[in-house]
Design a protein around this ligand. Structure first.
Ligand code: NOJ
Length: 539
């Protein structure tokens, strides 16, 4: 395993509260998650990303941290965390944790001191104002709940700055003590053995008048210092940026290979759904043409869904409206600038679309992430508040509480109902069914893991006339695979001219035992509605 393990890895986003409850209190915990690690491993993933597990009043489900050096009591103790880490490492699974850098909970003792005593060293940990008029150029992110990025604090008699909920005051990165504090936190967890961090909300660390307070040069300077320290003291650990921005604005977060190892690629995600519903490859082609190749050793992170709403921040207002109409016809499905639904309900539980989206995710350049539950096609509950409807208990079996917990009541209800309810959709049932999503997930991950160019290759377009057929090569040295997708709901055929490769054979990695000689080509290649193929060329 090299220091660049993350370039070939597949990530699994695991929401601890939802995964497995070991003590019957209705909340998932580390001891429970340990029991499920063999399952995680069996999927074929390499690294687990766990959502914030710190003590927190949970106003933003843990993204409001009240103590950076400890574990939320619902999840267990530091000892339990260490046991989880060890059990994961024993199975050669890496573990990346969330690092909330931009803000804290208002319950953390730093903020409590800060608001109580202007002379306290903690006062300057936060961003204050007498008027609340500064930085008017900064947008509001949680549009549905927040009216301003400033909130008045009675105790301090001043306004404090926050980019998210008002219960999440932003840290003041103009204060070197905050840098030092963050470095201590980072070292604390790295010393414990975590394999890296998913750094939350990094574009917003600094504020400057006359700007939109995003992606400022000062922010990059600080982040480069973090990377430098990690390179020097903890080689092989990975730093991941959550920056929901256009590709050209994310590019600087890679630096010259001296900032983040990986950055999420946000704008591609809604375009996959857009292309699927428009039966047109254009949205995907356009965004990929606008996506720079990261510097050596850096990489995009791609995903279909995550624990938040399907964000539509990086699309035009017209595209957003269209996406809402297609994918969120019920207003309850909409949240802020997004859609609070899970993958499988979004595509109407259509197996062909599910396979196509996954075949895309696993063949696009970048490290893919699978969101827990999507591997079995779990549903959502749009009637839960905020984003909780996509964070319901993992469905293990048809037993009580889906086998997730023996409690009388769980932190959120398990999904019920005929189509997505736990009695229908669960791991145990799918284990026995070779046609299930679970088997498909394992099959796709195995196929990808055996194909180096899908993991690390460059991407080149293969031009087709058809607007519904997306085609690209992944190429690494002499190895190449042609990825073909019919985004249309009609069968279609394209003429494939692979004569320059004649003498070889074409193996479709997505079909068992499907191989053809190239000498017969140019060939007419038939594609079913929403059909997908990974055509690997064997010399
Ligand atoms: C991004 C996280 O994914 C989201 O869940 C959270 O609410 C915000 N950052 C604020 O921390």
């Amino acid at each position: 395993m090299t220091d660049r393990w993350y370039e070939e890895a597949v990530f699994y986003e695991l929401y601890l509260r939802a995964y497995q409850d070991s003590n019957g209190d209705g909340h998932g915990d580390f001891r429970g998650a340990i029991q499920r690690l063999d399952y995680v491993k069996s999927l074929g993933v390499d690294c687990i990303w766990i959502l914030p597990m710190y003590p927190s009043p949970l106003k933003d489900d843990g993204y409001d941290v009240a103590d950076y050096y400890s574990i939320h009591s619902d999840y267990g103790t530091l000892e339990d965390f260490k046991a989880f880490l060890e059990a994961a490492h024993d199975r050669e699974l890496r573990v990346v944790i969330d690092l909330v850098m931009n803000h804290t909970s208002d319950q953390i003792h730093w903020f409590q001191e800060a608001r109580r005593d202007p002379q306290s060293p903690y006062h300057d940990y936060y961003v204050w104002s007498e008027t609340g008029n500064e930085y008017a150029g900064a947008r509001i992110i949680f549009l549905d709940t927040e009216e301003s990025n400033w909130s008045y604090d009675e105790q301090a008699g001043k306004y404090y700055w926050h980019r998210f909920y008002s219960s999440q005051p932003d840290l003041n990165y103009d204060n070197p003590a905050v840098h030092e504090e963050m470095f201590n936190i980072i070292r604390f967890w790295l010393d414990m053995g975590v394999d890296g961090f998913r750094a939350d909300a990094v574009p917003y660390l600094y504020e400057r008048e006359g700007t939109n307070c995003e992606n400022l040069p000062e922010t990059h300077l600080f982040l480069k210092k973090v990377r430098e320290m990690m390179n020097d003291e903890y080689p092989g650990r990975v730093l991941i940026a959550e920056a929901n921005q256009w590709p050209e604005d994310v590019l600087p977060y890679f630096g010259e290979g001296d900032e983040f190892h990986m950055c999420f690629h946000f704008p591609i995600m809604p375009r996959l759904y857009m292309a699927l519903e428009q039966h047109n490859k254009r949205p995907i082609v356009d965004i990929l043409n606008r996506t720079p190749v990261p510097p050596e050793g850096a990489q995009w992170l791609t995903f279909l869904r995550n624990h938040d709403e399907l964000t539509l921040e990086m699309v035009t207002p017209e595209e957003r409206q269209w996406m809402w109409e297609q994918y969120a016809p019920d207003p309850r499905m909409r949240l802020n600038l997004g859609i609070r639904r899970r993958l499988t309900p979004l595509i109407g539980n259509d197996r062909r679309k599910w396979l196509l989206l996954h075949a895309l995710l696993l063949s696009l350049p970048g490290t893919p992430i699978i969101y827990y539950g999507d591997e079995i096609g779990m549903g959502d509950n749009i009637w839960l508040d905020d984003r909780h409807g996509v964070r319901t208990p993992m469905q293990w079996s048809a037993e009580k509480n889906a086998g997730f917990s023996r409690a009388g009541e769980t932190y959120a209800p398990v999904i019920d109902g005929e189509q997505y309810g736990y009695e229908t959709v669960n791991v145990a049932r799918q284990e026995d069914n070779p046609d299930s999503y679970l088997w498909a997930t394992r099959f796709l991950l195995r196929a990808r893991s055996q194909c180096a160019e899908l993991q690390r290759g460059s991407r080149e377009w293969y031009t087709t006339e058809s607007e519904s057929v997306l085609a690209y090569w992944r190429i690494l040295d002499d190895s190449r695979t042609l990825c073909l997708f019919n985004l249309g709901n009609e069968p279609t055929s394209i003429s494939l001219d692979l004569r320059e490769l004649s003498g070889g054979r074409v193996v479709d990695l997505l079909q068992e035992d499907a191989s053809r000689e190239i000498s017969n080509w140019p060939a007419v290649y038939r594609l079913r509605p929403f059909g997908c193929h990974w055509l690997h060329i064997e010399a």
